[in-house]
Design a protein around this ligand. Sequence first.
Ligand SMILES: Cc1cc2nc3c(=O)[nH]c(=O)nc-3n(C[C@H](O)[C@H](O)[C@H](O)COP(=O)(O)OP(=O)(O)OC[C@H]3O[C@@H](n4cnc5c(N)ncnc54)[C@H](O)[C@@H]3O)c2cc1C
Length: 477
Amino acid sequence: MDKIYNVGVIGGGVSGVVTALELAKYGIDTVLFEQENSVVNGPPFCHLHAGGNLYPDISDEQCRLLMKQSIEMARLFPQSIDKRPTFISIPKSQKYDVDMIQHRLDMLVEYYKTLIDEDPLNEILGTPENYYKTYSKEDLIELAKQPTVDIPSTPDQWITNAIKFIDYEKLKTPITLVQEYGWNQFRLGAQAQLALNKSEKCLLKTNTEVKLIKDVRNENVDYNWEIHTEYEVFKVNYLVNSCGFKTGKFDESLHINSGRLIEFKAAYVSKWQPISGLIPELIFHGERGTPNGMVQLTPYSQDYYQIHGMTQNITLFKDGLIHSNDDEAQPEFNDDINQKLFRGWESDDIKTRTENAIDSVSKFVPSFTNATVGGPPLFGAQQIPGDDATLRVGEVSFPYKSYARSEIVKASSALTVANQILDKIQEEKIVPFISKRIIQNSLLEAVSKNEIDELSAELAIERGYPEAMSRLIIERN
Ligand SMILES: Cc1cc2nc3c(=O)[nH]c(=O)nc-3n(C[C@H](O)[C@H](O)[C@H](O)COP(=O)(O)OP(=O)(O)OC[C@H]3O[C@@H](n4cnc5c(N)ncnc54)[C@H](O)[C@@H]3O)c2cc1C
Protein backbone atom coordinates (compact mmCIF):
# COMPACT_ATOMS: atom_id res chain seq x y z
CA MET A 1 0.00 0.00 0.00
CA ASP A 2 1.55 3.28 -1.08
CA LYS A 3 -0.73 5.68 0.69
CA ILE A 4 0.67 7.28 3.85
CA TYR A 5 -1.97 8.06 6.47
CA ASN A 6 -1.49 10.89 8.94
CA VAL A 7 -2.71 8.70 11.79
CA GLY A 8 -3.30 4.99 12.43
CA VAL A 9 -5.59 4.14 15.35
CA ILE A 10 -5.52 0.57 16.67
CA GLY A 11 -8.69 -0.43 18.54
CA GLY A 12 -12.28 0.61 17.82
CA GLY A 13 -13.55 0.90 21.39
CA VAL A 14 -15.08 4.16 22.55
CA SER A 15 -11.65 5.78 22.78
CA GLY A 16 -10.49 4.74 19.31
CA VAL A 17 -13.72 5.69 17.55
CA VAL A 18 -13.96 9.10 19.20
CA THR A 19 -10.31 9.82 18.36
CA ALA A 20 -10.81 8.73 14.73
CA LEU A 21 -14.00 10.81 14.40
CA GLU A 22 -12.37 13.91 15.88
CA LEU A 23 -9.41 13.60 13.50
CA ALA A 24 -11.72 12.99 10.53
CA LYS A 25 -13.76 16.06 11.55
CA TYR A 26 -10.67 18.21 10.93
CA GLY A 27 -9.91 16.47 7.64
CA ILE A 28 -6.99 14.42 8.99
CA ASP A 29 -6.41 11.19 7.03
CA THR A 30 -6.84 8.32 9.45
CA VAL A 31 -7.12 4.55 9.36
CA LEU A 32 -8.86 2.78 12.27
CA PHE A 33 -8.43 -0.95 12.92
CA GLU A 34 -10.90 -3.05 14.88
CA GLN A 35 -10.45 -6.79 15.16
CA GLU A 36 -14.17 -7.52 15.68
CA ASN A 37 -16.89 -6.94 13.11
CA SER A 38 -18.35 -3.85 14.79
CA VAL A 39 -17.00 -1.04 16.94
CA VAL A 40 -17.51 -0.41 20.69
CA ASN A 41 -17.80 -4.09 21.51
CA GLY A 42 -15.50 -4.14 24.56
CA PRO A 43 -16.24 -3.71 28.27
CA PRO A 44 -19.73 -2.34 28.80
CA PHE A 45 -20.95 1.02 30.02
CA CYS A 46 -24.43 1.97 31.19
CA HIS A 47 -23.95 5.01 33.43
CA LEU A 48 -22.94 8.55 32.52
CA HIS A 49 -20.82 9.47 35.53
CA ALA A 50 -21.69 13.17 35.42
CA GLY A 51 -20.32 13.95 38.89
CA GLY A 52 -18.86 10.66 40.14
CA ASN A 53 -21.74 10.08 42.55
CA LEU A 54 -21.30 6.30 42.36
CA TYR A 55 -17.90 6.67 44.01
CA PRO A 56 -18.04 8.18 47.52
CA ASP A 57 -14.28 7.65 47.94
CA ILE A 58 -12.87 9.59 44.97
CA SER A 59 -11.47 13.12 45.08
CA ASP A 60 -13.51 16.24 44.30
CA GLU A 61 -11.19 16.85 41.38
CA GLN A 62 -12.07 13.48 39.82
CA CYS A 63 -15.79 14.26 40.35
CA ARG A 64 -15.44 17.56 38.49
CA LEU A 65 -13.54 15.94 35.64
CA LEU A 66 -16.13 13.19 35.34
CA MET A 67 -18.87 15.81 35.14
CA LYS A 68 -17.12 17.91 32.50
CA GLN A 69 -16.10 14.93 30.35
CA SER A 70 -19.56 13.33 30.64
CA ILE A 71 -21.25 16.51 29.46
CA GLU A 72 -18.94 16.70 26.44
CA MET A 73 -19.61 13.09 25.48
CA ALA A 74 -23.37 13.50 25.96
CA ARG A 75 -23.25 16.44 23.55
CA LEU A 76 -21.58 14.25 20.92
CA PHE A 77 -23.82 11.21 21.38
CA PRO A 78 -27.23 12.48 22.55
CA GLN A 79 -29.04 9.47 21.12
CA SER A 80 -27.20 7.20 23.55
CA ILE A 81 -28.20 9.11 26.68
CA ASP A 82 -31.16 7.92 28.72
CA LYS A 83 -32.41 10.99 30.54
CA ARG A 84 -33.47 9.38 33.77
CA PRO A 85 -31.97 10.28 37.13
CA THR A 86 -30.15 8.13 39.69
CA PHE A 87 -31.38 7.36 43.20
CA ILE A 88 -28.43 7.36 45.59
CA SER A 89 -28.74 5.81 49.01
CA ILE A 90 -26.58 4.57 51.85
CA PRO A 91 -27.74 1.48 53.72
CA LYS A 92 -27.77 1.88 57.51
CA SER A 93 -25.15 -0.87 57.72
CA GLN A 94 -22.61 1.18 55.73
CA LYS A 95 -19.93 3.60 56.95
CA TYR A 96 -20.57 6.43 54.47
CA ASP A 97 -21.97 9.65 55.77
CA VAL A 98 -24.92 11.36 54.05
CA ASP A 99 -23.58 14.83 54.94
CA MET A 100 -20.32 14.11 53.15
CA ILE A 101 -22.21 13.22 49.96
CA GLN A 102 -24.29 16.37 50.19
CA HIS A 103 -21.26 18.60 50.63
CA ARG A 104 -19.83 17.18 47.43
CA LEU A 105 -23.10 17.64 45.55
CA ASP A 106 -23.10 21.33 46.48
CA MET A 107 -19.58 21.65 45.10
CA LEU A 108 -20.77 19.97 41.87
CA VAL A 109 -23.72 22.34 41.49
CA GLU A 110 -21.31 25.31 41.63
CA TYR A 111 -19.00 23.64 39.14
CA TYR A 112 -21.89 22.82 36.79
CA LYS A 113 -22.83 26.53 36.83
CA THR A 114 -19.32 27.45 35.68
CA LEU A 115 -19.53 24.92 32.83
CA ILE A 116 -22.80 26.48 31.69
CA ASP A 117 -21.30 29.97 31.95
CA GLU A 118 -18.48 28.82 29.67
CA ASP A 119 -20.94 27.39 27.12
CA PRO A 120 -24.74 27.38 27.55
CA LEU A 121 -24.93 24.18 25.45
CA ASN A 122 -23.32 22.40 28.42
CA GLU A 123 -26.64 22.52 30.22
CA ILE A 124 -27.53 18.93 29.47
CA LEU A 125 -28.20 17.79 33.06
CA GLY A 126 -31.14 20.15 33.59
CA THR A 127 -30.80 23.36 35.57
CA PRO A 128 -28.03 23.49 38.20
CA GLU A 129 -30.67 24.06 40.92
CA ASN A 130 -32.24 20.72 40.00
CA TYR A 131 -28.96 18.79 39.69
CA TYR A 132 -29.86 17.00 42.91
CA LYS A 133 -32.60 16.86 45.49
CA THR A 134 -32.59 15.16 48.88
CA TYR A 135 -35.49 13.42 50.58
CA SER A 136 -36.04 12.90 54.31
CA LYS A 137 -37.86 9.87 55.66
CA GLU A 138 -41.03 11.98 56.06
CA ASP A 139 -40.78 13.04 52.40
CA LEU A 140 -40.48 9.40 51.34
CA ILE A 141 -43.52 8.38 53.39
CA GLU A 142 -45.55 11.18 51.80
CA LEU A 143 -44.39 10.49 48.22
CA ALA A 144 -45.09 6.76 48.58
CA LYS A 145 -48.78 7.68 48.91
CA GLN A 146 -48.85 9.58 45.61
CA PRO A 147 -50.06 7.93 42.39
CA THR A 148 -47.51 6.39 40.02
CA VAL A 149 -46.65 8.43 36.91
CA ASP A 150 -45.92 6.56 33.65
CA ILE A 151 -43.10 8.83 32.50
CA PRO A 152 -42.02 11.04 35.41
CA SER A 153 -41.01 14.61 34.67
CA THR A 154 -40.10 15.87 38.15
CA PRO A 155 -37.72 14.50 40.81
CA ASP A 156 -40.68 13.92 43.15
CA GLN A 157 -42.43 11.80 40.53
CA TRP A 158 -39.32 9.67 40.02
CA ILE A 159 -39.07 9.11 43.78
CA THR A 160 -42.81 8.38 44.02
CA ASN A 161 -42.48 5.60 41.45
CA ALA A 162 -39.33 4.12 42.96
CA ILE A 163 -40.07 4.32 46.66
CA LYS A 164 -43.10 2.05 46.40
CA PHE A 165 -40.69 -0.82 45.73
CA ILE A 166 -37.85 0.07 48.09
CA ASP A 167 -37.47 -1.03 51.71
CA TYR A 168 -36.35 2.42 52.83
CA GLU A 169 -36.24 1.40 56.49
CA LYS A 170 -32.86 -0.13 55.59
CA LEU A 171 -31.50 3.17 54.29
CA LYS A 172 -29.98 6.22 55.95
CA THR A 173 -31.86 9.40 55.21
CA PRO A 174 -31.86 11.74 53.50
CA ILE A 175 -31.56 9.86 50.24
CA THR A 176 -30.63 11.75 47.06
CA LEU A 177 -31.86 11.91 43.49
CA VAL A 178 -29.16 13.17 41.15
CA GLN A 179 -29.14 13.91 37.41
CA GLU A 180 -26.68 11.21 36.40
CA TYR A 181 -28.18 9.53 33.35
CA GLY A 182 -28.10 6.16 31.62
CA TRP A 183 -25.67 5.58 28.76
CA ASN A 184 -26.44 3.05 26.04
CA GLN A 185 -23.34 1.46 24.54
CA PHE A 186 -25.20 -0.16 21.60
CA ARG A 187 -26.51 3.23 20.52
CA LEU A 188 -23.16 4.96 20.93
CA GLY A 189 -21.48 2.19 18.93
CA ALA A 190 -24.11 2.43 16.20
CA GLN A 191 -23.82 6.22 15.87
CA ALA A 192 -20.02 6.03 15.78
CA GLN A 193 -19.95 3.23 13.22
CA LEU A 194 -22.44 4.99 10.94
CA ALA A 195 -20.51 8.25 11.16
CA LEU A 196 -17.21 6.51 10.40
CA ASN A 197 -18.77 4.79 7.40
CA LYS A 198 -19.88 8.19 6.06
CA SER A 199 -16.50 9.79 6.57
CA GLU A 200 -14.22 10.25 3.59
CA LYS A 201 -11.23 10.94 5.79
CA CYS A 202 -11.28 7.87 8.02
CA LEU A 203 -10.95 4.36 6.66
CA LEU A 204 -12.60 1.95 9.12
CA LYS A 205 -11.16 -1.57 8.90
CA THR A 206 -13.34 -3.92 10.94
CA ASN A 207 -12.54 -7.64 11.18
CA THR A 208 -8.93 -6.56 11.00
CA GLU A 209 -6.56 -7.51 13.76
CA VAL A 210 -3.28 -5.64 13.93
CA LYS A 211 -0.62 -8.31 14.27
CA LEU A 212 2.49 -6.19 14.49
CA ILE A 213 3.72 -2.62 14.49
CA LYS A 214 7.12 -1.60 13.20
CA ASP A 215 8.89 1.53 14.31
CA VAL A 216 10.60 2.95 11.19
CA ARG A 217 11.23 6.45 12.55
CA ASN A 218 14.99 6.09 12.11
CA GLU A 219 14.93 4.33 8.78
CA ASN A 220 14.96 7.33 6.50
CA VAL A 221 11.52 6.73 4.99
CA ASP A 222 8.62 9.18 4.57
CA TYR A 223 6.55 7.77 7.41
CA ASN A 224 7.07 6.71 11.03
CA TRP A 225 5.23 3.44 11.59
CA GLU A 226 4.17 0.33 9.73
CA ILE A 227 0.99 -1.35 10.88
CA HIS A 228 0.85 -5.00 9.83
CA THR A 229 -2.43 -6.87 9.52
CA GLU A 230 -2.75 -10.39 8.18
CA TYR A 231 -2.73 -9.36 4.52
CA GLU A 232 -1.63 -5.72 4.35
CA VAL A 233 0.86 -3.21 5.65
CA PHE A 234 -0.31 0.35 6.35
CA LYS A 235 2.09 3.30 6.58
CA VAL A 236 1.31 6.04 9.07
CA ASN A 237 2.98 9.09 10.53
CA TYR A 238 1.38 8.93 13.95
CA LEU A 239 0.28 5.85 15.89
CA VAL A 240 -2.53 5.70 18.46
CA ASN A 241 -2.74 2.60 20.61
CA SER A 242 -6.33 2.43 21.90
CA CYS A 243 -6.49 -1.33 22.43
CA GLY A 244 -8.12 -1.00 25.86
CA PHE A 245 -6.81 -3.65 28.26
CA LYS A 246 -4.62 -4.95 25.42
CA THR A 247 -2.54 -1.78 24.98
CA GLY A 248 0.33 -3.57 26.76
CA LYS A 249 0.77 -5.96 23.83
CA PHE A 250 2.15 -3.25 21.55
CA ASP A 251 3.94 -1.51 24.43
CA GLU A 252 5.86 -4.74 24.98
CA SER A 253 6.91 -4.88 21.35
CA LEU A 254 8.21 -1.29 21.71
CA HIS A 255 9.94 -2.11 25.04
CA ILE A 256 7.75 0.37 26.94
CA ASN A 257 6.53 -0.68 30.34
CA SER A 258 4.59 1.81 32.38
CA GLY A 259 2.78 0.46 35.44
CA ARG A 260 -0.86 -0.40 34.92
CA LEU A 261 -3.64 -2.49 36.37
CA ILE A 262 -6.12 -4.56 34.39
CA GLU A 263 -9.48 -5.48 35.84
CA PHE A 264 -12.08 -7.97 34.66
CA LYS A 265 -15.68 -7.22 35.71
CA ALA A 266 -19.20 -8.21 34.71
CA ALA A 267 -22.74 -6.89 34.97
CA TYR A 268 -25.85 -9.08 34.67
CA VAL A 269 -29.01 -8.87 32.60
CA SER A 270 -32.27 -9.68 34.36
CA LYS A 271 -35.94 -9.47 33.52
CA TRP A 272 -38.44 -8.31 36.13
CA GLN A 273 -42.24 -8.26 36.18
CA PRO A 274 -43.80 -5.33 34.29
CA ILE A 275 -44.20 -2.41 36.69
CA SER A 276 -46.24 0.70 36.09
CA GLY A 277 -44.17 3.86 35.79
CA LEU A 278 -40.48 4.26 35.01
CA ILE A 279 -38.01 4.15 37.88
CA PRO A 280 -34.59 5.82 38.20
CA GLU A 281 -31.35 3.87 38.38
CA LEU A 282 -31.02 2.65 41.97
CA ILE A 283 -27.76 2.78 43.89
CA PHE A 284 -27.28 1.23 47.33
CA HIS A 285 -23.78 2.16 48.38
CA GLY A 286 -21.44 -0.30 50.03
CA GLU A 287 -17.75 -0.91 50.48
CA ARG A 288 -16.26 -2.34 47.29
CA GLY A 289 -15.04 -5.92 47.50
CA THR A 290 -16.82 -6.70 50.80
CA PRO A 291 -19.93 -8.96 50.85
CA ASN A 292 -22.00 -5.76 51.06
CA GLY A 293 -20.39 -3.95 48.13
CA MET A 294 -22.42 -1.37 46.17
CA VAL A 295 -25.55 -2.61 44.36
CA GLN A 296 -26.57 -0.84 41.13
CA LEU A 297 -29.84 -1.54 39.31
CA THR A 298 -30.02 0.02 35.84
CA PRO A 299 -33.39 0.06 34.07
CA TYR A 300 -33.61 -0.72 30.34
CA SER A 301 -36.73 -0.84 28.22
CA GLN A 302 -39.29 -3.70 28.23
CA ASP A 303 -38.61 -4.74 31.86
CA TYR A 304 -34.93 -5.54 31.42
CA TYR A 305 -32.53 -4.47 34.17
CA GLN A 306 -28.76 -4.56 34.37
CA ILE A 307 -27.20 -5.29 37.75
CA HIS A 308 -23.77 -4.59 39.17
CA GLY A 309 -22.85 -5.82 42.65
CA MET A 310 -19.38 -4.87 43.82
CA THR A 311 -18.65 -8.17 45.54
CA GLN A 312 -16.57 -11.14 44.46
CA ASN A 313 -19.55 -13.35 43.66
CA ILE A 314 -21.21 -10.82 41.34
CA THR A 315 -19.27 -8.13 39.45
CA LEU A 316 -15.78 -8.67 40.82
CA PHE A 317 -13.74 -11.86 40.47
CA LYS A 318 -11.05 -13.66 42.43
CA ASP A 319 -7.76 -12.48 40.88
CA GLY A 320 -9.81 -10.20 38.63
CA LEU A 321 -7.39 -7.31 39.24
CA ILE A 322 -3.87 -7.93 37.92
CA HIS A 323 -0.74 -5.77 37.65
CA SER A 324 1.85 -5.29 34.97
CA ASN A 325 5.37 -5.97 36.20
CA ASP A 326 8.95 -5.39 35.10
CA ASP A 327 8.83 -8.27 32.61
CA GLU A 328 5.23 -8.02 31.48
CA ALA A 329 3.46 -4.92 30.18
CA GLN A 330 0.54 -7.20 29.28
CA PRO A 331 -0.12 -9.48 32.27
CA GLU A 332 -2.38 -12.54 31.86
CA PHE A 333 -5.58 -13.43 33.73
CA ASN A 334 -6.14 -16.89 35.21
CA ASP A 335 -7.82 -19.66 33.15
CA ASP A 336 -11.30 -19.04 34.51
CA ILE A 337 -11.25 -15.36 33.54
CA ASN A 338 -9.57 -16.05 30.17
CA GLN A 339 -12.30 -18.58 29.44
CA LYS A 340 -15.00 -15.96 30.15
CA LEU A 341 -13.18 -13.18 28.33
CA PHE A 342 -12.24 -15.00 25.13
CA ARG A 343 -14.26 -18.19 24.82
CA GLY A 344 -17.60 -17.66 26.53
CA TRP A 345 -19.33 -18.29 29.85
CA GLU A 346 -20.60 -21.62 31.20
CA SER A 347 -24.40 -21.47 31.51
CA ASP A 348 -24.16 -22.45 35.21
CA ASP A 349 -21.93 -19.46 35.90
CA ILE A 350 -24.37 -17.12 34.16
CA LYS A 351 -27.25 -18.50 36.22
CA THR A 352 -25.43 -18.46 39.55
CA ARG A 353 -23.94 -15.00 39.21
CA THR A 354 -27.13 -13.45 37.79
CA GLU A 355 -29.12 -14.97 40.66
CA ASN A 356 -26.59 -13.64 43.17
CA ALA A 357 -27.06 -10.24 41.55
CA ILE A 358 -30.86 -10.51 41.79
CA ASP A 359 -30.57 -11.49 45.48
CA SER A 360 -28.38 -8.47 46.19
CA VAL A 361 -31.03 -6.15 44.73
CA SER A 362 -33.87 -7.95 46.56
CA LYS A 363 -32.34 -6.98 49.91
CA PHE A 364 -33.46 -3.42 49.16
CA VAL A 365 -36.20 -4.03 46.56
CA PRO A 366 -38.04 -7.06 48.01
CA SER A 367 -40.26 -7.77 44.97
CA PHE A 368 -37.17 -7.98 42.73
CA THR A 369 -36.81 -11.52 44.03
CA ASN A 370 -39.16 -12.50 41.16
CA ALA A 371 -36.66 -11.34 38.54
CA THR A 372 -35.07 -13.97 36.30
CA VAL A 373 -32.01 -14.25 34.07
CA GLY A 374 -32.68 -11.97 31.08
CA GLY A 375 -29.64 -12.54 28.89
CA PRO A 376 -25.90 -13.14 28.93
CA PRO A 377 -23.69 -10.98 31.17
CA LEU A 378 -22.13 -7.76 29.91
CA PHE A 379 -18.48 -8.12 30.74
CA GLY A 380 -14.97 -7.14 29.86
CA ALA A 381 -11.54 -6.14 31.03
CA GLN A 382 -10.37 -2.57 31.34
CA GLN A 383 -7.10 -0.92 32.12
CA ILE A 384 -6.29 1.51 34.92
CA PRO A 385 -3.01 3.43 34.51
CA GLY A 386 -0.64 3.44 37.50
CA ASP A 387 -1.34 1.40 40.62
CA ASP A 388 -4.35 3.10 42.19
CA ALA A 389 -7.37 0.84 41.63
CA THR A 390 -9.75 3.62 42.72
CA LEU A 391 -8.70 5.93 39.86
CA ARG A 392 -11.73 6.79 37.72
CA VAL A 393 -10.29 9.32 35.27
CA GLY A 394 -7.47 8.02 33.12
CA GLU A 395 -6.45 9.90 30.01
CA VAL A 396 -3.57 9.44 27.58
CA SER A 397 0.21 9.08 27.67
CA PHE A 398 2.83 9.82 25.01
CA PRO A 399 5.68 7.41 25.77
CA TYR A 400 7.46 8.13 22.46
CA LYS A 401 7.43 10.74 19.76
CA SER A 402 4.58 10.02 17.29
CA TYR A 403 3.03 7.46 19.63
CA ALA A 404 0.02 7.88 21.91
CA ARG A 405 -1.49 5.32 24.24
CA SER A 406 -5.07 5.84 25.40
CA GLU A 407 -5.56 4.97 29.07
CA ILE A 408 -9.19 5.75 29.77
CA VAL A 409 -10.89 4.22 32.80
CA LYS A 410 -14.39 5.54 32.08
CA ALA A 411 -15.94 5.89 28.64
CA SER A 412 -16.55 9.57 29.38
CA SER A 413 -12.82 10.39 29.03
CA ALA A 414 -12.76 9.51 25.31
CA LEU A 415 -13.18 13.05 23.93
CA THR A 416 -10.58 14.50 26.31
CA VAL A 417 -8.12 11.90 25.06
CA ALA A 418 -8.97 12.62 21.42
CA ASN A 419 -8.32 16.33 21.99
CA GLN A 420 -5.01 15.69 23.74
CA ILE A 421 -3.92 13.55 20.78
CA LEU A 422 -5.01 16.27 18.39
CA ASP A 423 -2.89 18.80 20.34
CA LYS A 424 0.09 16.48 20.18
CA ILE A 425 -0.05 15.78 16.45
CA GLN A 426 -0.20 19.52 15.78
CA GLU A 427 2.72 20.10 18.13
CA GLU A 428 4.70 17.42 16.28
CA LYS A 429 3.70 19.09 12.98
CA ILE A 430 2.11 15.90 11.63
CA VAL A 431 -0.76 18.18 10.54
CA PRO A 432 -0.97 21.98 10.17
CA PHE A 433 -2.27 24.03 13.10
CA ILE A 434 -6.07 23.97 13.45
CA SER A 435 -7.21 27.44 14.41
CA LYS A 436 -10.78 26.78 15.51
CA ARG A 437 -11.67 23.79 17.67
CA ILE A 438 -15.31 22.97 18.47
CA ILE A 439 -17.15 20.23 20.39
CA GLN A 440 -19.75 19.57 17.67
CA ASN A 441 -18.86 16.84 15.19
CA SER A 442 -20.73 17.15 11.89
CA LEU A 443 -20.02 13.50 11.04
CA LEU A 444 -21.88 12.36 14.15
CA GLU A 445 -24.62 14.94 13.65
CA ALA A 446 -25.28 13.61 10.12
CA VAL A 447 -26.45 10.26 11.53
CA SER A 448 -30.23 10.02 11.98
CA LYS A 449 -32.12 8.54 14.92
CA ASN A 450 -33.67 5.93 12.60
CA GLU A 451 -30.28 4.77 11.46
CA ILE A 452 -29.14 4.49 15.08
CA ASP A 453 -32.33 2.61 16.07
CA GLU A 454 -31.77 0.12 13.29
CA LEU A 455 -28.05 -0.53 13.69
CA SER A 456 -28.08 -0.56 17.51
CA ALA A 457 -30.83 -3.22 17.44
CA GLU A 458 -28.71 -5.28 15.04
CA LEU A 459 -25.66 -4.91 17.27
CA ALA A 460 -27.54 -5.98 20.41
CA ILE A 461 -28.98 -9.07 18.69
CA GLU A 462 -25.70 -9.99 17.00
CA ARG A 463 -23.96 -9.89 20.40
CA GLY A 464 -26.62 -12.10 21.99
CA TYR A 465 -28.53 -9.46 24.01
CA PRO A 466 -32.25 -8.63 23.92
CA GLU A 467 -33.09 -6.10 21.22
CA ALA A 468 -34.85 -4.04 23.92
CA MET A 469 -31.45 -3.20 25.39
CA SER A 470 -30.71 -1.07 22.34
CA ARG A 471 -33.66 1.23 23.17
CA LEU A 472 -33.77 4.15 25.56
CA ILE A 473 -36.39 4.04 28.30
CA ILE A 474 -37.22 7.65 27.39
CA GLU A 475 -37.15 8.09 23.61
CA ARG A 476 -35.44 11.24 22.30
CA ASN A 477 -36.29 13.06 19.14
C1 LIG B 1 -18.42 -4.22 33.98
C2 LIG B 1 -17.98 -2.84 33.51
C3 LIG B 1 -18.88 -1.78 33.63
C4 LIG B 1 -18.49 -0.50 33.21
N1 LIG B 1 -19.41 0.53 33.33
C5 LIG B 1 -19.08 1.75 32.90
C6 LIG B 1 -20.04 2.81 32.96
O1 LIG B 1 -21.18 2.61 33.40
N2 LIG B 1 -19.67 4.05 32.52
C7 LIG B 1 -18.42 4.28 32.00
O2 LIG B 1 -18.16 5.42 31.58
N3 LIG B 1 -17.49 3.31 31.92
C8 LIG B 1 -17.80 2.05 32.35
N4 LIG B 1 -16.87 1.04 32.26
C9 LIG B 1 -15.55 1.34 31.68
C10 LIG B 1 -15.62 1.36 30.15
O3 LIG B 1 -16.22 0.18 29.69
C11 LIG B 1 -14.22 1.48 29.56
O4 LIG B 1 -13.60 2.60 30.10
C12 LIG B 1 -14.22 1.69 28.07
O5 LIG B 1 -15.05 0.81 27.41
C13 LIG B 1 -12.79 1.55 27.55
O6 LIG B 1 -12.78 1.89 26.19
P1 LIG B 1 -11.48 1.72 25.31
O7 LIG B 1 -11.83 2.22 23.98
O8 LIG B 1 -10.29 2.28 26.00
O9 LIG B 1 -11.20 0.14 25.30
P2 LIG B 1 -12.04 -1.06 24.66
O10 LIG B 1 -13.47 -0.80 24.67
O11 LIG B 1 -11.52 -2.29 25.33
O12 LIG B 1 -11.60 -1.05 23.14
C14 LIG B 1 -10.42 -1.61 22.67
C15 LIG B 1 -10.71 -2.16 21.29
O13 LIG B 1 -9.48 -2.55 20.69
C16 LIG B 1 -9.71 -3.71 19.94
N5 LIG B 1 -8.40 -4.34 19.76
C17 LIG B 1 -7.58 -4.80 20.73
N6 LIG B 1 -6.46 -5.31 20.18
C18 LIG B 1 -6.57 -5.13 18.84
C19 LIG B 1 -5.74 -5.44 17.73
N7 LIG B 1 -4.54 -6.03 17.88
N8 LIG B 1 -6.16 -5.14 16.47
C20 LIG B 1 -7.37 -4.54 16.27
N9 LIG B 1 -8.21 -4.24 17.30
C21 LIG B 1 -7.80 -4.53 18.56
C22 LIG B 1 -10.70 -4.50 20.79
O14 LIG B 1 -11.42 -5.45 20.02
C23 LIG B 1 -11.60 -3.40 21.32
O15 LIG B 1 -12.70 -3.16 20.48
C24 LIG B 1 -17.21 -0.26 32.68
C25 LIG B 1 -16.30 -1.34 32.56
C26 LIG B 1 -16.68 -2.61 32.96
C27 LIG B 1 -15.69 -3.74 32.82
